[in-house]
Design a protein around this ligand. Structure first.
Ligand SMILES: Cc1cc2nc3c(=O)[nH]c(=O)nc-3n(C[C@H](O)[C@H](O)[C@H](O)COP(=O)(O)OP(=O)(O)OC[C@H]3O[C@@H](n4cnc5c(N)ncnc54)[C@H](O)[C@@H]3O)c2cc1C
Length: 511
C-alpha cells in the first residue's frame, strides 16, 4: 500500500490560481511553511494509524467512548505542536491564522486519516461560533481550553425525528436557576472520546414552540466547573459503513447544565452563519479523499503489468486515472474559489451560491474517484489491502451530512433561485466563460418557469456545478506555468472540458 503523501504542490497551486493572495494579510511563504510542517506530521504520524483505526474502531465501554489506542500519541503530538489553536485568536492562546490556512491543514488531515480529522475538526467551528455569538466571558472561559486541546468539540443538531428538517427538534432547554437541557441527540460526531480532558458541546435546543424561531443555541461542557460530570451520557455509538474510528454517538441530555449562546430564538440563524465554513470543510474532505484515491491508483497502475505493459499505459486505465485526478483538483478548486471569497468578504451572494455547489461537487467527486480507483486496481481494489475500499466507505457519508446533496440541489432551485442575487452573482462570475453562460442562463430560465422545479433540482445542480468547475479549470489552466507539472494541468483541463456538454444533456433529459 502506498504511504500517504500530502498533495502539497497541488493545494498551493490551486490557492494561487484561485486568488488567495487577495485575502487580507495573506503570506504565501508562511502558508507554504505551515502547510509543509503539517504535511510532514500527517505523513509521519497521522496517516500511519489510519488503517489500524479503521480496523479497531471506536468502542463504547461502561458508558464512555474508547478511541483506538493508536490515536492517543498522535493526538498528544497534535496538541504539543499547537495545531488545535491554529485559527484561535492569539489573545486566547491561538495562532490567529485564517480559514484558508485551516483549509490546507484540514484537507491534508482528511486525506491522511478522516476519522481522526472528524473528531478534532469541529474545534475551529466552535471557536468561530463563540467569537461571533458568545459573550466576552464565554469566550474567555471556553476558547483557551479549546485552543490548547484540553477540550474537543461537537455540534449537536440531529435527533431521531429531526435530520434534514431541523424545525422538528424536540430537545428542550428550560431556565430554572440556569439553563437545563433535556432530550436526545443522535449521530453526534465525537460525542465522547478519551483523547481530550473534556468535550465542549454546541447544542440546538427548543426554547419555545414557535417553529424554527423557537430554537436556540447552547453550550454545555462534559464536566461542570466543580469537576463532576454534566448530565450528558452516551447511550450508544453507531456501527457504520465507514469512519469506524470516528465515534458517532447517541447522546442523552438529562437536565444538562448549559449556557445560551447568542440570542434566544436565534439558534438556527447562528448555525447558518457558521454553515458556509462547515460546508467548505466537508467539501475539502471530499477533495482530500479523491486526491488520496488518485495517488494510490496512479502508483498501483504504474507498477502493475498486464498485457505486456504497465496498466496505466492502457487507454481505459489512463482515462480513469485522469478522471480521478481532474475531479480531485477541480473539486478542490471550487472549494478554494468559495473559501477565498468567503475570506475576502467581497461577494457574499456569490459565496452563498458557490458553497453548496462546492459541497455537492466535491463529495460526489470523492465517491466517483473511489469507485474509479477500485476499478483501476481490479480485484485488489475490492480487497482491503490497498484501502481503496476504505476510501469508498469513508467518503460515502460526506454526500449526506452537512446537508444531504439532494437538499442543497433543492435549495438551489427554490430558495436561491427565488432570492435571485446569488444566481445573478454566479452569472456575473460566469461572464468569463461566455461560451457556457448562455446555456446555463437558458437552463435557469427553464427551471424558474416550472411550477415545481424539485424534480429537476439535481440535474440543475449538476449543470451549475459543471459551470463553476469549468471556470475553475480555465483559471487553473491560465496559471499552469506555476505548477511543477504544467502538462498534467493542461491535459486534465482538456478532460474537464468534456463534462459541461454531458451535464447539459442530463439536464435536458430531466426536464
Ligand atoms: C457518520 C455521521 C456523522 C454525523 N455527524 C453529525 C454531527 O456531528 N452532528 C449532527 O447534528 N448530525 C450529524 N450527523 C447527522 C447528519 O447530519 C444527518 O444524517 C443528515 O442531516 C441527514 O439527516 P437524516 O439522516 O435524518 O436523513 P433525512 O433527513 O431523513 O433524509 C433522507 C433523504 O431524504 C431526502 N430529503 C429529506 N428531506 C427532504 C425534503 N424536504 N425534500 C427533498 N428531499 C428530502 C434527503 O436528501 C436524503 O436523501 C451525522 C451522520 C452520520 C451518519
Amino acid at each position: 500500500m502506498k504511504p500517504f503523501t500530502a498533495p502539497l504542490d497541488d493545494i498551493l497551486f490551486s490557492l494561487y490560481a484561485l486568488g488567495a493572495d487577495r485575502i487580507p494579510d495573506w503570506d504565501s511563504d508562511l502558508v507554504r511553511e505551515v502547510a509543509g510542517h503539517f504535511a510532514a506530521f500527517a505523513e509521519g504520524e497521522i496517516a500511519p494509524v489510519d488503517e489500524e483505526g479503521d480496523r479497531v474502531g471506536a468502542v463504547l465501554e461502561n458508558g464512555r467512548v474508547r478511541m483506538p489506542p493508536c490515536f492517543q500519541p498522535v493526538y498528544r503530538s497534535y496538541v504539543e505542536q499547537g495545531w488545535c489553536g491554529l485559527t484561535a485568536p492569539e489573545a486566547f492562546g491561538g495562532q490567529g491564522m485564517g480559514a484558508a490556512v485551516l483549509g490546507v491543514t484540514s484537507e491534508i488531515f482528511s486525506g491522511a486519516n478522516i476519522s481522526l480529522q472528524m473528531v478534532t475538526g469541529l474545534v475551529p467551528g466552535a471557536i468561530r461560533t463563540l467569537m461571533h455569538f458568545g459573550t466576552a466571558a464565554q469566550q474567555a472561559q471556553n476558547i483557551p481550553p479549546l485552543a490548547a486541546g484540553d477540550w474537543l468539540a461537537t455540534m449537536c443538531l440531529t435527533e431521531p425525528g429531526a435530520g434534514s428538517d431541523l424545525s422538528r427538534v424536540r430537545t428542550r432547554a428550560v431556565y430554572e436557576d440556569g439553563w437545563k437541557i433535556t432530550g436526545e441527540k443522535i449521530f453526534i460526531s465525537g460525542g465522547d472520546q478519551d483523547m481530550s480532558q473534556g468535550v465542549f458541546h454546541l447544542i440546538l435546543a427548543r426554547t419555545s414552540d414557535d417553529g424554527i424561531r423557537g430554537l436556540s443555541l447552547f453550550l454545555a461542557r462534559s464536566e461542570r466547573a466543580d469537576g463532576t460530570r454534566n448530565a450528558i451520557s452516551v447511550t450508544r455509538i453507531e456501527e457504520k459503513m465507514g469512519l469506524h474510528a470516528s465515534p458517532t454517538c447517541q447522546l442523552a441530555f438529562d437536565g444538562a447544565e448549559a449556557e445560551l449562546v447568542g440570542e434566544l430564538g436565534g439558534g438556527l440563524k447562528a448555525m447558518f452563519t457558521m454553515m458556509n465554513h462547515a460546508r467548505l470543510d466537508v467539501s475539502l474532505q471530499g477533495a482530500a479523499l479523491a486526491a488520496r484515491a488518485t495517488d494510490i491508483a496512479r502508483k498501483y497502475a504504474a507498477d502493475r503489468v498486464q498485457g505486456g505493459r504497465s496498466i496505466d499505459q492502457h487507454a481505459d486505465v489512463a482515462r480513469m486515472l485522469d478522471d480521478m485526478d481532474m475531479l480531485a483538483i477541480g473539486g478542490r478548486g471550487i472549494a478554494h474559489l468559495a473559501l477565498v471569497l468567503l475570506e475576502t468578504g467581497e461577494a457574499p451572494g456569490l459565496v452563498e451560491a458557490l458553497t453548496p455547489v462546492a459541497k455537492v461537487f466535491c463529495t460526489d467527486a470523492a465517491s466517483m474517484a473511489a469507485d474509479l480507483g477500485i476499478q483501476v486496481l481490479g480485484g485488489y481494489g475490492y480487497l482491503r489491502e490497498y484501502r481503496m475500499e476504505q476510501i469508498a466507505r469513508d467518503a460515502r457519508i460526506t454526500r449526506i451530512y452537512e446537508g444531504a446533496n439532494g437538499i442543497h440541489a433543492l435549495a438551489l432551485v427554490t430558495r436561491l433561485a427565488r432570492l435571485g442575487a446569488p444566481l445573478d452573482a454566479l452569472a456575473d462570475l460566469a461572464a468569463e466563460r461566455p461560451d457556457l453562460l448562455a446555456d446555463w442562463q437558458a437552463a435557469r430560465s427553464r427551471v424558474q418557469a416550472l411550477a415545481d422545479p424539485a424534480p429537476v433540482a439535481t440535474a440543475f445542480m449538476g449543470l451549475t456545478a459543471e459551470l463553476v468547475h469549468q471556470i475553475v479549470w480555465s483559471r487553473l489552466r491560465a496559471a499552469m506555468s506555476q505548477h511543477p507539472d504544467p502538462h498534467r494541468i493542461e491535459r486534465l483541463a482538456a478532460v474537464a472540458a468534456r463534462r459541461f456538454p454531458m451535464a447539459k444533456t442530463v439536464f435536458e433529459a430531466a426536464l
